[in-house]
Write a protein that binds this ligand. Sequence first.
Ligand SMILES: Cc1cc2nc3c(=O)[nH]c(=O)nc-3n(C[C@H](O)[C@H](O)[C@H](O)COP(=O)(O)O)c2cc1C
Length: 502
Amino acid sequence: MDNSDTDQLVSATRYHARTCHVRHRISPHSLDFSRYPQPFKRYEFLNETQMVRDMAGSELSVCDALDREPSDISRVDFKKICRILSLCYGVTLADRSRGILFRSVPSAGGLYPCQLYLSVTDIPDIETGLYYCDTVQGLLGKINTRPLDMKKILPAPTPAGAYLVITGVFYHSAWKYRERAFRYLLLDAGHLAESVMLAARAEDIGAGAGYDFDDQQLLKGLDLDVSCEVPLACLFLGSGNVREDGADTQPSQPVRPVPEPFAPVRYEILEKAFKTGSFVVQSRVPDEIPRVFQHRPSEIIPLPASDFCPEVSFRNAVTNRRSRRNFSKHELPGAVWAAFFRQIFSGIFSDHIPEETGAAAKNFLVPAMICQNLEGLADGLYTLSPNGSQLECMHSGSLANALARVCLDQAWISRASVNFLFLADLGAVESALGSRGYRHVMMHAGRAGQRIYLAAEAFDLGCCGVGAMYDTEAAELLALKTGSVLLYAVAAGPVKKKGTMP
Ligand SMILES: Cc1cc2nc3c(=O)[nH]c(=O)nc-3n(C[C@H](O)[C@H](O)[C@H](O)COP(=O)(O)O)c2cc1C
C-alpha cells in the first residue's frame, strides 16, 4: 500500500477493506526474530510493588462466572486487584525452547500487544496514582503520582475503586501482521476486556466497560505516543467514587518508558485507522438492524433447553486454557452443545452502559455458527436470533471444509464441530456509530471469543480463534450482503485426547 492509499483513509470500513487478504496476493514477509516484540514495557518506576501470589479466592465455576450479573457490592483491595490481574493476563505456560510466555488469554500470533494500566484513587491499601501492570513479572509499577482524571476522560464516569485501561502497541502486533495489525489489536483487546470482566466476577467485584472515552485525554493521561500505542477500552472495578476534588490535586510526576532496544517499524495506516475512530457519535441505534445475509432463513429451530452445567472452577479453566486445534469428528450430544451455546451467549455484554456507543454496537454484531456432528441438528450454517432462543438455518450442509480453505487453508478448521462466526455490516455500523463503531464491533467479537474459549475449557472441548481469512472469499462463501464481513471466527469442538485413535 502506498502513501496515497493511506492518505485517503477516512473511515474504519476503508481500513478493513484495505487490509483484506487476497489469495495469491499476500506479499511475502519474513519474520525478523532479532526484533521480536518485548513481552512487557520497561519503565524506571517511581516505586514498584510485587503482586501477591496468593491465588486462594473464590471457587466460582466457569458457568457461574459467565452467567452471573455483576454485583457492585464489593470493594476492591490490593489482594483482589492482584488476583484479577493474574487471572486475566498472567503467564500460564512458559515455552522455554521458543522463549514464549503464554498467557491466560489467547492472542493472535502469541504476541500479546495489549497493555494494562491501573488508575487508583480509592483503594485503602494501594497508594493513589497510575500504575503499569506487568503481569509477566508480577508487579505493579507506579508511573505517575497522579491518577487518571476520569471526569476529563469519560462523559459520565461510573464511580469505581479502580480503573483499568487496555491499550494496544501497534508494533507488537505489526511485527507479524503489518497493516492488518489494528484488526488483531482490537480482537485481542476484546479477549482481554472479557477476561478482566470475568476475573472480576470470580472475585465478586462488580466490573463494567467504558468505550466512549476521549482519546486525546486518555493518551495524555497515560503519556502515550499515538503513533506507537493507543487506548482501546476503559474498565471500572469495584465500588468507589469519582473524586469531586479531581485528580489534579495530586502533582503530576510521570515517568517515561525505557525505549525499545531498536526502532520499531511503523505503519502509518494503523495510527490513521485509530484516529479515524476518535470522534464519539451520540446517535441512536436504528430500529431495525440491516441483515448481513443475502437470504432469509430456510428454517427456524428453537435452541434446545439443557441444564447441563459442568462444575469446572473458573480459576482452573483460566489456568489450563490453551488453543487446541486437534479436533476429532466425534458427535457432540444434544444436551452438551445446547448448554455450550447457552453459556456463551446468555449474559454476554451485560456490563454495558446503555447510553454508550459500545452498548449500541452489540446490536450490529451477528453471531453465526457452521455446525457439523451435533446430535439432533442437521449440519449447516445457523445464526442465533437476537434473544438467543432460536437457531435460524441459513445454509443446509456443512461448510466446514470450505471455511478451512477460506481461512488461509488452515485444514484443522474443517474438523471442528462448531465454527463460530462473528459478522457485521460495517457500512451500517459506521453510519450509525461512526468509525468508532468499528472498534466496538471488533472488540465485541473478541469478547465473545473469550467466552467461547472458557466455556470450551469447562465443557472439555478444544477451541482456537481464527483471525486469518481471505476476506472476500469468506463473504462469498457465507452469502453475505455487500458491505457485510466476517470479522472473526472461533473453532470449537471435541478434540483427540492423548493416546486415543483419531
Ligand atoms: C484474535 C486471534 C486470532 C487468532 N488467529 C489464529 C489463526 O488464524 N490460526 C491459529 O492457528 N491460531 C490463531 N489464534 C490462536 C493464537 O495463535 C494463540 O492464542 C496463541 O498462539 C497463544 O496460544 P494459547 O491460546 O494456547 O495460549 C488466534 C488467537 C486470537 C486471539
